[in-house]
Write a protein that binds this ligand. Sequence first.
Ligand code: HEM
Length: 227
Amino acid sequence: MLSRLNTLWSWVIIAGLLPLLWLIINTAFDNLGGNPIQALHIRLGDWSLRFLYLTLAITPLQKVTQWRGMADYRQMLGLYAFFYATLHLLVYLLVDHGLMWRVIGIDIVESSYIWFGILAYSIVFGLALTSSKWAKKRMGKNWKKFHRFIYIAAIAAIIHYFWQLKGNLAEPLFYSLIIFLLLGFRVLVWLKNRKFSQLMIPGSQKVLLAAEKKAVVSSKSNKLNVK
Ligand code: HEM
């Protein structure tokens, strides 16, 4: 069983590197079309977004399949989202703008879609930094809360995508549908847990809680009457 899991682990690592390998081959054989820098930039952005969405899909899959070991794969997919986003950013800074900070500054101020890219990247960066088991232990309860920011990153990334779009709407619409479904799933689980936790309160405790509530309301109205 363990060796089978290790094999799956290796396959996921290799699969995550395939887009990069494909891009390197295409670059080496001059196969990136009329504007290779833009193509490189766009493809790296696309892959970062795909890995971000795959990361988000792990929790619902884990809930459906009850396979707890999926959390490790979520961490790896998230790190790949960060990896491709970093390459996307590096192409923008180094290849696209040759590290000319004044030009970069002007571009950032003028292009509002980049603000959302920066927001998404800052979150993904923070999540990658705190993705280790050590950080999880140190952050305690706050770790889970902080890692929910991944939804903000996914929404910011999709706004970033829509805003710079020059043509085909199909792909960003598809990603928006996925984020809508994933968020919908989260809300359903949250509602179900809330209902369940209410059902878990024993009958006698429910009566006590209701009496407590009544007492608070009547003391408030008494105070108002005195005034
Ligand atoms: C997690 C962070 C990010 C993700 C997921 C992301 C993703 C994307 C995606 C999907 C596209 C559109 C590709 C297409 O048209 O198919 C794009 C375009 C672009 N992104 Fe990002 N991005 C991120 C961060 C950034 C940052 C930090 C910057 C720059 C500071 C940036 C600069 C750009 C630019 C300039 C384009 C337009 C490319 C062009 O059409 O020439 N992105 N990004």
